[in-house]
Write a protein that binds this ligand. Sequence first.
Ligand code: ADP
Length: 262
Amino acid sequence: SQIMSRGLPKQKPIEGVKQVIVVASGKGGVGKSTTAVNLALALAANELSKAVGLLDVDVYGPSIPKMMNLKGNPELSQSNLMRPLLNYGIACMSMGFLVEETAPLVWRGLMVMSAIEKLLRQVDWGQLDYLVVDMPPGTGDVQLSVSQNIPISGAVIVSTPQDIALMDAHRGAEMFRKVHVPVLGLVQNMSVFQCPKCKHKTHIFGADGARRLARTLDLDILGDIPLHLNIREASDTGQPIVFSQPESDEAKAYLRIATEVV
Ligand code: ADP
């Protein structure tokens, strides 16, 4: 793409932010945003007690406002930077705060890039140990420009164990390698569903596809998150599981990912 052929531009850190972790996926709907939100909460939880921000650059389908139960317009600081909105101890910024909820995001490439620029450079994060970035799915210009504009400590790639998702996750991992972003590992999401009545386990999208991909790419599996009603309900009601049910096995699975990441 154009951005690639320009070579690696200068990277400038985001002021006040020590480490940037991007959460990416090859395909939509595999649980990338759910992972980003719960990873952010897990990093901030008592066990790790990090100062954490969450940046939603999924400009076409921002889901952080709903998942974090936030809406409204960011205030401006004295130096005209946007102040993140706060909930559950996490500082959040999303395109969803800047446009109407139901406004169609029909944008030309340049507008997307200026929105990304705004989200990367015009936010007053204060002091953060970690900024978790929820990327759009795929390997397009947004992913590339984020990777090339700010120094990224590492990428977490989320996939279901389904072949099509894995193929796209593979492509995502290769993209990060090309732009010299270390891939921290894969999160296998929705690998198993356990019937709450009979306890029978079903591998709806396959059993361990992400594990096989991790072996192929010589990457770690950072976590294995089951397909669980509580995770979906918690996200949809804006009370992510790591916040609302921290003692659950599902929340603990996210906490383990956070421990792997720090
Ligand atoms: P993406 O960001 O990859 O598009 P989302 O995180 O928005 O995916 O997840 C898609 C849908 O699947 C959401 O409704 C979310 O609540 C649900 N979901 C994600 N992970 C799980 C899981 N492990 N168990 C149950 N539902 C999940």
